[in-house]
Ligand binder design. Structure first.
Ligand code: DAH
Length: 356
């Protein structure tokens, strides 16, 4: 029989020197496997005297445990080392900026609507909405535009088709966002401060007109609202929007839904064919406004003897062109991918009062 010490030294050294898990497994089989050396020696115990069996059996068991323990320890060490390797190889810096993937852009009109909403929200205006297919009552009558009023013709209205004998009121594609004034008043009553951005439609098409375009309506009603409030709100808005102090000029005008009415210009300069808002001594017309006509308040269910308000309406597309230097209105709606990539905004360019 091989002396146990020799066997012990051979296996323990072998296990310590093993290069990988496969080598360990080989050693395990050679020592402790069914036909392994230790197992074979165990079998010989039967031929021994009881005394011998006791001492040698004990030594064999100890040897078996010792080999087994060392095998396990080495195996665990290999696993730890493998994990370390993997962690090193798969290391990832989660603080690196993401790799941006182009997923389309925010259209300048959407961007500007968001910017305007943010600025007006800061002044206490909520966003109100109305349908794009409107009854002619909301679009005209309630706004003091009588059927024979020339404004009806001027609006180049798209009328919805009506079947013979249709009892429903006539519908139009809304020609402005002003009908939302009526809906908001009927909905919320006074006092009220709202803006209503949205699509409007007119039968018109040239370099500065498209049959569908965008407006933003504003309205504030309280007991003592005046033109002075209107002027302050608009100057505050334009200054925040263009990021520079912008003066306004009010010119007397006429709208059926306001009395008095004013067209509002913003200060600008033309230098070398380049338009700059907020400087110089030029003026650019950007919106219509005025004190709400008593009949309009009435149509909205609000008593004109108790309440008064201002309203204004402005083109959003125009605002986008002015701020972002976009030359042609028609390109807004052509869905040319090159145009959209050039003038579009990233989804994370969230508008803020400071950044616009
Ligand atoms: N609705 C007018 C238009 O589309 C714009 C407008 C003018 C709106 C004066 C108003 C206003 O609220 O007071 O031309």
């Amino acid at each position: 029989m091989i002396p146990l010490d020799t066997l012990r030294a051979r296996y323990l050294e072998g296990i310590r020197a093993a290069a990988d898990e496969a080598a360990l497994e080989e050693l395990r089989l050679a020592a402790l496997g069914k036909k392994g050396e230790v197992a074979l020696l165990m079998r010989e115990l039967g031929k021994m005297s009881p005394e011998e069996r006791q001492t040698i059996g004990k030594s064999l068991n100890e040897l078996k445990d010792e080999i087994d323990a060392l095998l396990r320890a080495r195996k665990a060490a290999f696993a730890d080392a493998a994990l370390d390797e993997r962690l090193k190889a798969e290391w990832l810096d989660v603080t690196l900026p993401g790799r941006p993937r182009r997923m389309g852009t925010i259209h300048p009109v959407s961007q500007v609507m968001e910017e305007c909403s943010a600025i007006f929200a800061d002044m206490g205006f909520r966003v109100a909405e109305g349908p794009q297919i409107e009854t002619d009552w909301y679009n005209f009558d309630a706004l003091n535009i009588a059927p024979e009023h020339p404004a009806r013709q001027e609006h180049d209205t798209f009328f919805m088709h009506r079947a013979e004998g249709d009892a429903r009121p006539p519908h139009v594609l809304r020609t402005h966002t002003s009908p939302v004034q009526i809906r908001a008043m009927l909905d919320q009553g006074a006092p009220i401060r709202v803006i209503a951005p949205g699509r409007v439609y007119r039968m018109d098409m040239d370099q500065t007109h498209t049959p569908m375009f965008h407006q933003i309506e504003g309205m504030a009603i309280d007991r003592d609202i005046s033109m002075a409030n209107l002027k302050w709100v608009l100057e505050e808005f334009f200054s925040a929007y263009f990021g520079t102090k912008v003066k306004t000029r009010f010119r007397a005008s006429h709208f059926p839904f306001t009395e008095p009415s004013a067209e509002v210009d913003i200060q600008c300069s033309w230098v070398g064919g380049q338009l700059k808002v907020g400087e110089g001594d030029g003026w650019l017309e950007v919106l219509g406004s005025g004190m709400m006509h008593p009949k309009v308040l009435q149509a909205g269910g609000i008593d004109p003897n108790e309440w008064q308000g201002f309203a204004f309406g402005m083109g959003i597309d125009r605002m986008a062109m002015l701020k972002y230097g976009i030359p042609d209105l028609r390109a807004f709606f052509e869905s040319d991918l090159r145009w959209l990539r050039h003038y579009g905004f990233g989804a994370l360019d969230a508008p803020s009062i400071h950044a616009g």
